[in-house]
Ligand binder design. Structure first.
Ligand code: PLP
Length: 385
């Protein structure tokens, strides 16, 4: 396969070599079921325990507060539906308009089932109004679910402040931290976050493994029921290889998080600054300051994001666009619309998301190609002459 220049790490990440090595024995020799009575099966239990501890260190909590799931989507569903099931007397849910569909679609399904749903809007920087949030949380509010960092723009919400507001009003607070864990230092013991979702494949572990953190004392019903795994909090035979992999990835992330914040941010800034300078009609989406260190979301006026992606693809460069191609019409993403990005720019948004595996040479290559791609597509655009 031709060399791939991978700038789509918010979509998924490469499995780290160390992670692959750690998980392989559990796909081959150590295939026992940890619930079995025999020694062969029972011996894998200690690896689950170790992984729980590795993850607890990364996010600053007690290992008993970690429940393994199949990924971010399941964790989000389990958090929202689990709290609503545990607090049947409360009928209100609060979220934002820029959540990932794993949260937004779940909240809207609950709305269709009779709950009251408030979707908070955001400003041009992608931030919510904290006073509006405070005035919306009331005695009827079961859960407030607000993402830690946005997957399209990288915009970080002031989660500790938000959690404090929600706690003071007595509602449960969940955050989808799928894009934050491994990129930002967290300390859940010191926060008012009750529930947090994370996903392995965003931090160099494989797809299909995730965690729901549940602070001790949080009222929540199990979402997937059956066997007694995870202390009856999430049924189903454990994905041991995935669990071991996520533990290893968490340990690696804890070691490299400073590098991610410096080396990766430096590369991202170089890429972003150069594109904004050399490409006509380019503009940054989302506030510049409170942002993940690895994400740049840039709009190119009067050009379709998909056209840019296809041109980049011809050079082996992988990036992504916020818009979804539905039934032949290109809809700007719900995040761009919520931020009020003008229609002429919302269509042309491209997300570059880096990881610790990207190099300066790769950034230079993209910087060289982008102005040519943008000029050529703009010449073809029916909207500008
Ligand atoms: N939440 C956010 C913010 C995400 O970016 C993603 C994945 O893109 C998910 C949830 C879903 O996670 P998973 O793919 O592990 O189900």
């Amino acid at each position: 396969m031709a060399k791939v220049i991978y700038f789509d790490n918010n979509a998924t990440t490469r499995v780290a070599d160390e992670v692959l090595e750690a998980m392989l024995p559990f796909l081959k020799d150590l295939y026992g079921n940890p619930s079995s009575m025999h020694t062969f099966g029972g011996q894998v239990e200690k690896y689950i325990r170790r992984s729980r501890e590795q993850i607890a260190i990364l996010i600053g909590c007690d290992s008993s507060e970690i429940i393994f799931t199949s990924g971010g989507t399941e964790s989000d569903n389990a958090a929202i539906k689990g709290v609503l099931a545990a607090l049947p007397e409360k009928r209100k849910i609060i979220t934002t308009r820029v959540e990932h569909p794993a949260v937004l679609a779940t909240c809207r399904q609950m709305q269709a089932a009779g709950y009251r749903l408030v979707e908070l809007g955001v400003d041009r920087d992608g931030q919510i109004d904290l006073e509006e949030l405070e005035s919306e949380v009331d005695d009827d509010t079961a859960i407030v679910t607000i993402m830690y960092a946005n997957n399209e723009t990288g915009v970080i919400f002031p989660i500790d402040k938000i959690a404090e507001i929600v706690r003071a009003k007595g509602a449960v607070f969940h955050t989808d931290a799928v894009q934050a864990v491994g990129k930002l230092a967290l300390n859940l013991d010191k926060s008012n976050i009750d529930l947090l979702s994370l996903s392995g494949h965003k931090l160099h572990a494989p797809k299909g493994i995730g965690v729901l953190y549940v602070k001790k004392g949080t009222r929540i019903s199990p979402f997937i029921i059956g066997g007694h795994q995870e202390k009856s909090r999430r049924a189903g035979t454990e994905n041991i290889a995935g669990i071991v992999a996520l533990g290893e990835a968490a340990e690696l992330a804890a070691k490299t998080i400073d590098r991610e914040n410096t080396k990766v941010k430096k590369l991202r800034d170089k890429l972003e600054d150069s594109i904004l300078e050399t490409c006509r009609g380019a503009m940054l989406n989302g506030g510049k300051i409170n942002r993940l260190p690895n994400t740049a979301n840039i709009s190119f006026e009067f050009i379709e994001g998909e056209a840019i992606l296809l041109s980049l693809d011809q050079f082996g460069i992988c990036a992504s666009s916020g818009s979804a191609c539905t039934s032949g019409s290109l809809e700007p993403s719900h995040v761009m619309r919520a931020m009020g990005v003008p229609f002429t720019a919302a269509h042309g948004s491209v997300r570059f998301s880096l990881s610790r595996y990207n190099t300066e040479q790769e950034v230079d290559f993209v910087i060289e190609k982008m102005p040519q791609i943008v000029s050529r597509l703009r010449e073809l655009s029916p909207f500008v002459k």
